[in-house]
Design a protein around this ligand. Sequence first.
Ligand code: COA
Length: 177
Amino acid sequence: MDSSYTYHRLDEEAVTASDDAAIRAGQVEAFPTSAAAPVFAARRWWRRRPAWRWVARDPTGAIAAHIAVHDLLLGSAEGPLELIGIAEVYTRPAHRQRGLVRALLACCHRHARERGLAWSGLFGAARHYASSGYRPAGCALVVDGAPPAVNGGFHLCPLHPAARWPEGPVDLGGPTW
Ligand SMILES: CC(C)(COP(=O)(O)OP(=O)(O)OC[C@H]1O[C@@H](n2cnc3c(N)ncnc32)[C@H](O)[C@@H]1OP(=O)(O)O)[C@@H](O)C(=O)NCCC(=O)NCCS
């Protein structure tokens, strides 16, 4: 872990105006061609509002990297399934490839474990997340009530050795995060 950075959890309800502007600037820069980019110009969340954010600050206090964390309750044939949903992962260009995303994910995982959660899930590319413990989920998802379908980008990381993913489709109870 690069010791010139510090890692902080932000409660979504308590994000300051200056952090809001910095987070949105980073989102627009990181996802310029995404359908979310115009939304991020005005608002720091896209389809669902996260509960938490984790940021890495450089020695000046500026936000160098960011992760949004959703507290989610999904549906399965085996009952409700709690997990954290990781989203809006970015590192500002000058700070990339120094392990900031790995470090922020470790913070998110520790905080989720402390709260008794057994899984973390995200939509993204394996090359960025495999070293943090994420593997393709391979399960069918019900997104916004549509018929169950496998989304190849959906990756899961167990947060406890005993974590067991349910059989059958998992209902997101709304859109992806
Ligand atoms: C992807 C991104 C978030 C990586 O951030 P980062 O702080 O540089 O990532 P880290 O240094 O913590 O590296 C995490 C892993 O990703 C890999 N990685 C990082 N940048 C990579 C790149 N350009 N190509 C391939 N792998 C890359 C690292 O090698 C590392 O894997 P390892 O532990 O197996 O070596 C950053 O490049 C970014 O903000 N990109 C634009 C936005 C984006 O694509 N976000 C992801 C949305 S799912």
